[in-house]
Design a protein around this ligand. Sequence first.
Ligand code: CP
Length: 311
Amino acid sequence: MQLTTNHLLGIKSLLPKDISIILSTAQQFKEVLQRPIKKVPSLRDVTIVNLFYENSTRTRISFELAQKRLSADTINFSSSGSSVSKGETLLDTVNNILSMKVDMVVMRHSATGAPHFLAQHIPAAIINAGDGINEHPTQALLDALSISEKLGGLKGKKVAIIGDIMHSRVAMSNMYLLKKMGAEVTIVGPPTLIPTYLKESFDVNITYNIQEALEWCDVANVLRIQLERQNQVLFSSLREYNRSFGITRKMLDGLQKEILIMHPGPINRGVELDSDVADSGQSIILNQVENGVAVRMAVLYLLSGRKESTT
Ligand code: CP
């Protein structure tokens, strides 16, 4: 099984069959991760650099763990403490690292398109770990694996994506993936955080009514309010946001069904999600994190071009 791409820059450029290959390979790696010895030799002699120009907990650790489970050699770079502070450009930084014989680059950057730029200029395989407000493809893939495991697939499933849609690369990648795989999507939030062009561009529903969305959906994927990306006042206060769009236990108890609660993390507890929702049996937030390692193993393995068995 081979992907139709040499890089993972976004879900936008993947075919549905690429997504299916990544998800089925991730399921095989999940089985490996249940074993007493969780390490396989699939990427022995492959060298991967993790370039993080923006903060991360889950994605950075998950990629690093995935690389170790695959027996790759890894180098970790974060812009703080590097020569970026002396004015070195992105391309110079990467070319210097590549001259040390690196095969793959995992990259997070605050600038939209930074991994796409690199892919045009260097010979290594590039994996986007989040670029600005554009895409976070491995997050959408791990979200898809988590939904599929719980609901038996994606086709026809109803997913509400709730919150700060405008600044969310997670929302963007999820919309691309879910629509390509036949799910129904409703986006929910304050009108100031939902660009209306999304309705036609992605063929999604838009509502500003959280109750209506919860009653409709099978899955609520709740996003973080990204204050660091907002350069103007888009809602009156976090307290007001919580009152209008925060998910409470009472709201879930009032529904006629049990929906799944997802969140990419980090959670603003008491803003978009109350703690007794985030920590409840309906929440699959930690399953998402667990699935992140298997999904990233699959992406690294498939992009490495190795032909050996995953096991
Ligand atoms: N979900 C996610 O991207 O989390 P981090 O920012 O901690 O990597």
